[in-house]
Write a protein that binds this ligand. Structure first.
Ligand code: SF4
Length: 366
């Protein structure tokens, strides 16, 4: 059940420079009859897996010292990556860009066994920041491949998470990118077939893909538990709740963030008149606000809350100062930090993240 509360926002000044229009110029630029308001989706922003991964890099920098190498973007967010870069993280595409013997962090999206092996070959010290919910899907792939199942992995080819999961059992796995591919894919044994999925897909589109697969392969098995994670599911449910009342939805998130891009699609599918994704408040185009009474706002699972606050501050400048937060679920999931970091924190007597390296909110979030 969705709950809502209305607040007058009192926000810090945004750090992103914006146009210096007068209030009269702004009102003239975005004419709209009646009240202007914001519906703010909750849950939004950081999930437990992203928070864990970002803190793993922060703590690695603190306790091992810069540079700390990170294979791929630790999470798919420009602001997070550039902030960590400024602190001494070096982001690389592959292990062969990391000096032999250096420390490398594997990103939240997970890696295939081949990547782990290549790091070992190079004598790299590793910290595995793979989200535990991605690891769960990897374990499912290994288990079903061992039992000689054919795996249909629903996900986007080329996405790092899909590469990692596929790499666990390439001989047993085919990737299904979308519902249309479900109509054409061929399998060798339709009676020993299971589908798994990327964690950040559209719930509705994935169910449509499964429906079409099952129409062709009635004995297709479901995964033991949902692969699309709680954070993806909750953020999509929240945007569905506000989209029908929104003339415009703004999703804060990066272009390579699968779950952020899905939020734009879900908003449009569920009644938003328009929806756009931005990395920063400075990307909000004034023309989007023309004739708009209600703006829905949300953010992807890799987005620090500070970036949402900057969008809200910008909207307040345009007269959208009343913010109603619509909450569709409460989240209290926390993951322990990667074991390598926990050991380092213990050795250093660092309990700033609580017993056992449990975490709350990353420094970058606030
Ligand atoms: S979006 Fe889901 S799977 Fe991805 S890091 Fe967050 S909790 Fe983990």
């Amino acid at each position: 059940m969705a709950t809502s509360s209305t607040v007058q926002v009192s926000l810090p000044m945004p750090r992103i420079p914006r146009s210096r229009k007068t209030p009269a110029e702004i009102a003239a630029a975005a004419p709209v009859p009646g009240e202007r308001s914001v519906l703010l989706a909750a849950p939004r922003g950081y999930c437990a897996g992203v928070d864990r991964a970002v803190i793993a890099v922060e703590k690695a920098l603190e306790h091992y010292g810069a540079p700390v190498y990170v294979r791929k973007q630790i999470v798919h967010n420009l602001h997070v990556v550039s902030t960590l870069e400024a602190r001494g993280a070096i982001f690389v595409e592959e292990n062969d860009e990391v000096p032999e013997g250096a420390l490398v962090v594997f990103s939240a999206h997970g890696v295939s066994p081949a990547v782990v092996a290549s790091a070992a070959d190079r004598g790299l010290r590793t910290i595995d920041a793979t989200c535990p919910l991605v690891t769960k899907v990897h374990k499912e792939a290994v288990r079903f491949a061992k039992d000689d199942y054919e795996i249909l992995l629903i996900g986007h080819e080329g996405h790092e998470e899909v590469e990692g999961t596929y790499g666990e059992a390439p001989e047993h796995t085919q990737i299904v990118n979308n519902p249309a591919e479900a109509d054409t894919i061929e399998v060798s044994n339709p009676d020993k077939l299971i589908w798994l999925s990327q964690t950040t897909l559209s719930v509705d589109e994935t169910m449509e893909t499964v429906r079409r697969l099952r129409a062709r392969f009635p004995n297709l098995q479901d995964p033991p538990s949902d692969d699309i994670c709680y954070a993806t599911t909750n953020r999509q449910a929240a945007i569905k709740a506000i989209a029908p009342q929104s003339d415009l939805v703004i999703v804060v998130g990066s272009s390579n963030s699968s779950n952020s891009v899905r939020l734009v699609e879900v908003a449009l599918e569920h009644g938003a008149k328009a929806a756009h994704r931005v990395d920063y408040a400075s990307e909000v185009d004034e023309s989007w606000l023309v004739g708009v009474g209600t703006v829905g706002v949300t953010s992807g699972a890799s987005v620090p809350e500070v970036l949402v606050r900057e969008v809200l501050a910008l909207l307040a400048d345009y007269g959208y100062g009343t913010v109603e937060e619509v909450t569709t679920a409460q989240e209290d999931i926390l993951f322990s930090l990667p074991k390598e970091i926990r050991a380092k924190l213990k050795e250093a007597g660092d309990d700033s993240r609580g017993p056992g390296g449990r975490i709350t909110v990353s420094d970058i979030s606030s």
